[in-house]
Design a protein around this ligand. Structure first.
Ligand code: AMP
Length: 580
């Protein structure tokens, strides 16, 4: 028996990463031998199970290619058209980055892998911070969404909701987390959030880590606290829950623990009542050792703000996973978010990689003809190279493009480590020019630097392609926050125009050429009111996205989301001249 709760997991990570090649072969071998007889694979492998044949014959696909099979299963056909192991339900992807939520088959094996993964991804943090689960509780913001039932009677839920539903998770919840289960399953996420903050504050002396799956949800929590701390303090003082919390589950859970505590309320009030909220997390939860949330990929835009609120506490991005497959863990939890790499776990899926050209200036060009490009095996990827991730899983995904672009940063034992670069195809394009998530991030970073010395920060952004007039143009929605009480109305319009120019200058060469040739019109920044991006999040949550899994779209495609942002525009600014 291991001395600490996490040593067994660390040992397993050593074994997995050391034997990465052999384990990958075994994983693929098992998937093929089990599933070669399915209708889907029979069409390509004719019942054979050789790796060579798999590599030669099985096509690289996207969700759209597999959707007809998944839909047939959801509509009542037996799941062995796609996979041999019986399907127990579906994971519902968040659907905020790429459009509609996708259904991913779930089997008993998938559930087991997630359970194993949960132990593995926590262990590197425990190595640094000690067995945190023994030291106290986590204030983790968690939000379940109602399950959807498919016509065949199978349940579909987000990965996080499925985890919150597990017996093991529920049994350990009171010991490990401050949030009662009723607050996680509260149908109104705002009531749930209020109560989770309340329970986190009541138990503030026990809280050893604070977090949520994604950085944006942690920030949402802090902003909510900024608007509700007086009310929360009043509830703590009086021992009574605010009347607008009508959910009976939340009320029952609160009635079990709430009692008047004026001293605690006064302490919290004094902390929250200060002018600057810099380091507020540390002040409110003095025993917290770290902030737990994914800060890479689309979440990197939130790290500056989050670092402000948690001043001095490390941000730990522990894992990289998606509804399709579990991928990797961060073995160096103290690394800054911009340097985080995920070490792939070879037992979770069979991983292949589609090479992608790195232009060297941070921009990335996707190869256009996948068929001509050999997929590279996990252990054969090259340091410094960029790849698109392709997975084959035990749950019916064969050579499936996840849509994530990664860069190899090194190896741990024999397993490669990847930095997350971007999601593919969630980006603006007027005339087939390729503007990636990274291009956009780079240009926004350059432009927003103009705001900083003036006492303003860019809190949120997204993009949109406006083709309502010809030629089309890029629109950036910016939510700007004034530091120390400043209001963004005080911002000089000339600076905003300069931000437009700076963005255009920082975009890639093709963009600039297109601008010069008037194939693309002047870039526009629309400054939106405070809270607009929270409203956008609320909109997607109302459409079924779990607040725990929400990822703000980097390029708006939905008409309603566009209307929502447009109705909150305070000022529109255009680039005055072509950047070339
Ligand atoms: P979903 O399955 O809808 O929850 O979304 C999964 C997607 O979230 C992945 O394909 C990635 O694009 C993104 N994601 C998950 N983990 C990370 C991470 N550690 N860093 C960056 N992006 C991530």
């Amino acid at each position: 028996m291991a001395a600490n709760g996490y040593e067994g997991e660390l040992k397993m990570i050593e074994e997995l990463t050391t034997n990465a090649e052999q384990i990958q072969e075994e994983v693929l071998g098992e998937i093929l031998s089990r599933n070669a007889g399915t209708e889907y694979l029979r069409g390509f492998l004719h019942g054979q199970t050789e790796k060579q044949l798999f590599k030669k014959n099985v096509p690289i696909v996207t969700y759209e290619d597999l959707k007809p099979y998944i839909d047939r299963i959801a509509n009542g056909e037996t799941s062995d058209i796609l996979l041999a192991e019986p399907i127990t339900g579906f994971f519902l992807s968040s659907g905020t980055s790429g459009g509609q939520p996708k259904l991913m088959p779930v089997t008993a094996q998938v559930v087991n892998k997630w359970e194993l993964f949960r132990g593995l991804y926590e262990s590197p943090a425990m190595k640094h911070f000690g067995d945190i689960n023994q030291a106290g509780k986590g204030l983790e913001l968690m939000f379940a969404r109602p399950e959807i039932e498919t016509p065949s009677g199978l349940k579909a839920a987000s990965v996080s909701t499925s985890i919150y539903n597990e017996c093991n998770f529920r049994a350990n919840l009171p010991k490990l987390y401050t949030s009662p289960v009723e607050t996680i399953f509260c149908p109104d996420p705002n009531q749930g959030l209020y109560c989770q903050l309340l329970f986190g504050l009541i138990q503030r002396d026990e809280v050893v880590k604070v977090g949520s799956v994604f950085a944006s949800t942690v920030l949402r929590g802090i902003k909510f606290l900024e608007n509700h701390w007086q009310e929360l303090c009043y509830d703590i003082k009086t021992g009574r829950l605010s009347d607008w919390i009508t959910d009976s589950g939340c009320r029952n859970a609160a009635s079990l623990v709430m009692k008047p505590n004026p001293e605690q309320a006064d302490l919290i009030e004094t902390i929250c009542n200060c002018k600057s909220w810099e380091g507020i997390i540390r002040k409110l939860w003095p025993k917290a050792r770290y902030i737990w949330c994914i800060c890479t990929g689309i979440m990197r835009q939130y790290t500056t703000e989050l670092e402000f609120y948690c001043r001095g506490l490390p941000l730990v991005s522990a894992l990289y996973a998606c509804s399709e497959a579990i991928c990797g863990i961060n073995l160096e939890p103290l690394r800054k978010p911009c340097d985080v790499s995920y070490t792939f776990l070879p037992n979770m899926a069979y991983f292949e990689f589609l090479p992608v050209k790195n232009e060297g200036d941070g921009s990335i060009e996707m190869k256009s003809n996948n068929e001509d490009t050999e997929l590279v095996d996990l252990v054969n990827v090259k340091a410094g190279q960029c790849y698109e991730l392709v997975v084959t899983t035990c749950a019916g995904l064969y050579r499936y493009k996840v849509g994530d672009v990664l860069m190899v940063s090194g190896f741990y034992n024999n397993a490669p480590q990847f930095q997350f670069l971007e999601r593919k195809n969630v980006i603006p394009s007027v005339d087939h020019e390729k503007t990636s998530e990274t291009d956009l991030f780079k240009a926004v970073t350059e432009a927003k630097a103009l705001l900083d010395p003036l006492g303003f920060i860019l809190a949120e952004y997204t993009s949109y392609v406006d083709t309502s007039s010809a030629p089309g143009h890029y629109v950036l929605f910016w939510e700007i926050k004034g530091k120390e009480g400043k209001h963004c109305k005080e911002l000089d319009p000339k600076i905003m125009v300069e931000c437009c120019s700076r963005m255009e200058e920082s975009l890639h060469y093709t963009y600039k050429i297109y601008r010069k040739r008037s194939i693309i019109a002047a870039l526009e920044i629309r400054v939106v009111k405070q809270g607009s991006f929270e409203a956008l999040m609320d909109y997607f949550v109302s459409k079924g996205t779990s607040l725990s899994q929400y990822k703000k779209p980097n390029c708006i495609k939905s008409e309603e989301a566009l209307k929502l942002l447009d109705s909150r525009v305070m000022g529109k600014y255009f680039s005055p001249k072509s950047p070339l």
